[in-house]
Design a protein around this ligand. Sequence first.
Ligand code: ATP
Ligand code: MG
Length: 881
Amino acid sequence: MMKKMGLNEIRKAFQDFYVSKEHYKQKSFSLVPEKDKSLLIINSGMAPLKPYFAGLEKPPAKRMTTCQKCIRTGDIENVGVTTRHGTFFEMLGSFSFGDYFKKESLTWGWEFVTKVLNLPEDKIWVTIFEDDDQAFDIWKNVIGIPEARIVRLGKEDNFWEIGTGPCGPCSELYFDRGEEYSCGHSSCKPGCDCDRYVEFWNHVFTQFNKDENGNYTPLAHPNIDTGMGLERLACIMQGVDSIFDVDTIKFILDGVEEISGVAYGNGKKSTDVSIRLITDHIRSVTFMIGDGIIPSNEGRGYVLRRLLRRAARHGKLLNIKGTFLIDLAKKVIETSKGAYPELEEKRDYILKIIETEEDKFSKTIDQGTEILFKYIDEMKSNNKTVLSGEKVFKLYDTFGFPLELTEEILKESNCSADVESFNEYMLQQKETARTARKNMDTVGWVEDDIKIQIKRQNEFVGYETLEEEATVLHLIVDNEEVDRVATGQTATLLVDKTPFYAESGGQIFDTGVLEVVDSKDGVLAHVLEVKKFKNTFAHTIKVLRGELFVNDKIVLDVNREKRNSIARNHTATHLMHKALKIVLGDHVNQAGSSVTDKGLRFDFNHFEAVTYNELKKIENIVNQEIISFKDVGTKNMTIEDAKKEGATALFGEKYGDEVRVVSIGDFSKELCGGTHVANTGYIGSFKILSESGVSSGIRRIEATTGLNIKENLDECEILLDNISDVLKSNRDTLTTKAENILDENKTLKKELENLRKESLGNSLTDITKDAEEINGVKLITKSFEGLEANDLRDISDQVKKDLSTYVLVLANVKNDKVNFLVSVSEDLLDKDYHAGKMIKEIAKAADGGGGGKADMAQAGAKNPAKVPEAFKVAEELIQNM
Ligand code: ATP
Ligand code: MG
């Protein structure tokens, strides 16, 4: 009989089984690949183990078992649609690094599923690569599966390879869920896309190396890599329809039902898909944030944002009001914290990030959706179905609508997006950003281009010494290995040991010089940059004198002044991290940092701006620690011990079994590989320079230490002196002086305004003097230049007070345009004089138009040169009355 087992129990059973077969049980790696630039997010149990398989790093044991968190965004279209795909899932794995091979892998696999899990043998089918007779023989003769249930498949299904390198055939285990799940085709068998035969375990036998010419040569030590979807296995074991009905996942799905009030499996396909999709996406979201990924518009952050927003939007489709994702994230944490304690440790942080992001999204989504629906209406009435790239980009750029979301909504109305043109807009935007960044690029070391076999990994001796004798192992120029580097040339240098710190953990690399020992030319080179490459240190050097050869004995000499400044800023960063926790709260955690000789930049999560008072408190605490002369110590210990001692670790950071802990008195304790001062007193002093927001929920503080503060003070001093000079004052009276000047300025402005009004009054007497009598009516015309908008009206009001029986026509020329005002005295209104009608004719003469009431009207016109003509029109109008 098959046992009923919960997902968490199955995980444990699997790992226990492989431990009993002498496998080393390795914790799941972070979803963020550690060094692998070819991969955005870990997507299989094998992915984080690549350096072991490639022989670049030594595995902790030759046999290993893991249960790895995986995310496959490539499966996103399938989520909710098939019964067996999630974007997030866990992969159980067993691995052999050149140890056991096919026979053990398959027989143990069979033993586990039939003896431990008690899956019925006759329901299990297997597939093999068509030419793999070895696997066939093991299945048939060693294990005893009838030939009828062994299916041979071609290369596309059962041969694993990516480009060149290690590759090999694989063999998959399928479970037959019975006729009722079948597509009904006569050809339905394992490999068919329907739900009858579920693939649940893949055994990959990497036994060949493929070269550029397509030749396969057998490996001396073949490897084993197997992967089994935990959710799929649980689905089989629990006899349920889909992975969403598995106990731990159902628990989350129940939450979606509860919050939305929509029943799952009520026969409505669209709401079922939404419910499953939310259930799946919130798992990815929770785990990703737990591994330190933060929503953004790029890379992993964008994947996270897209998943979170997609879930939020499907919540709207289910008519959920308000935000809801954190309640579901709590359920994810609840069911998974046993196996992934980091979820519980980072609970508050995870929830806060989700809350902030969902909140932000829900505000823009309403706006964006409304606009998108308007676009759709427009398209419908124009008989169009493709939304322009410009509009799609606008939705992306202004309303944060991921392309996929726009496409999804469009699809619901049988429309689509012009993706090609959208991508062009995206490219343009990226290009702008890139040019802005370009100046910051330094001499490059493009890791992936280097194809050298490193002789020996180097030893880092830079904690203890700043000067060390070493041997030149490799010299690389333009990605080619060379045996010498001449004066003036730039090259990459690898050595057996180095005191130079390579850029890592936010700390900038050391610079300095190197000299060849006992050379008559006195060979000298600058060390310009140091980067880590597959655990070894790559020095970018420029030879200043003589010629440098492979195997030369050299002395590497670190620039002390710079290194000391870096150390001051790094130790100060630890002090500040702790001070932030004290002042702002324990939720504060590092989200990024950069330590150079000039200063430090520290990003951390906090949900509002840090106030002036808080900043002062932080500054004071740090400075207090500095003047207390606390010793700084480092110690290596196991990660467990470090945690027990309360050392602060970073999110999403992968630590080896042994870690380095930096402690400052009893004030701070942090996992850190950086270089520090020996006593806080060396820091001298600490000053915060700025505080700002980086993205939602992330703040940034920039600060500096040591002599940089003096530099900063000097600059302030110069600034102050300059201002004092300009204001003809000194520091003591500067403030009063500045206040006085502002006051004076205000008074002057007022006086000026009064003067202007007065002079307007004067010109008023002038204009009335010049009045011309026509038909017993006084016509007053006057053109001004550059008056304010209300001035004409003021003049008209004045005239009204002083005169009767007049028509007033004013023009004001400003910015190549002209404004007219016509007003008519009250006693003329009974005689059919109408300012509004008159101004129409008058303004027309200067290419304009306007209108207004009988007593007063205004108009604008384009041609100031024609003002005299306009006045002429006024004359004629009165004559003709
Ligand atoms: P499929 O063809 O069903 O997508 P796959 O060939 O992509 O599977 P592998 O890359 O061999 O799968 O991964 C190993 C195992 O991981 C699979 O046998 C399956 O049990 C599980 N798995 C793969 N993708 C998913 C997914 N999206 N959700 C849940 N489990 C998965
Ligand atoms: Mg797949």
